[in-house]
Design a protein around this ligand. Structure first.
Ligand SMILES: [Zn+2]
Ligand SMILES: [Zn+2]
Length: 110
């Protein structure tokens, strides 16, 4: 099981392998949201994800050019860590890999 959490640890999660893909997003929306030039993400189905601590807050941008057009963000209401991007269609979480406890345990598969 892949586990992870926000910076303060109140929001924690787990999901099972495999993930759909590993990717980097460098769009302006992700840069502004995460504060990082590159967002390294692991894509999973929302049905794979279990939040094991406090539930994350949701931010749905009202404008955007790239990722913000199609979804929003899950973040910790206490420490503010971004945890994942979610698709408005409800079929995708792009988990920010820095929140995962052991990022090398992620396996990509069908
Ligand atoms: Zn937190
Ligand atoms: Zn993006």
């Amino acid at each position: 099981m892949i586990t992870g959490s926000c910076h303060c640890g109140l929001v924690s999660f787990e999901f099972s392998n495999p993930v759909q893909k590993l990717a980097d997003c460098k769009c302006r929306d992700c840069q502004k949201s995460t504060g990082s030039l590159i967002s390294q993400i692991a894509s999973i189905s929302p049905q794979q994800m279990t939040f094991t601590g406090k539930q994350p807050e949701r931010f749905t941008p009202s404008t955007g050019e790239q990722c913000d057009l199609h979804g929003g963000w899950l973040f910790c209401g206490n420490c503010g860590s971004r945890l994942a991007w979610f698709s408005n269609a409800g079929n995708l979480y792009d988990v920010l890999r820095g929140t995962i406890d052991n990022p090398d345990d992620i396996r990509v598969g069908p």
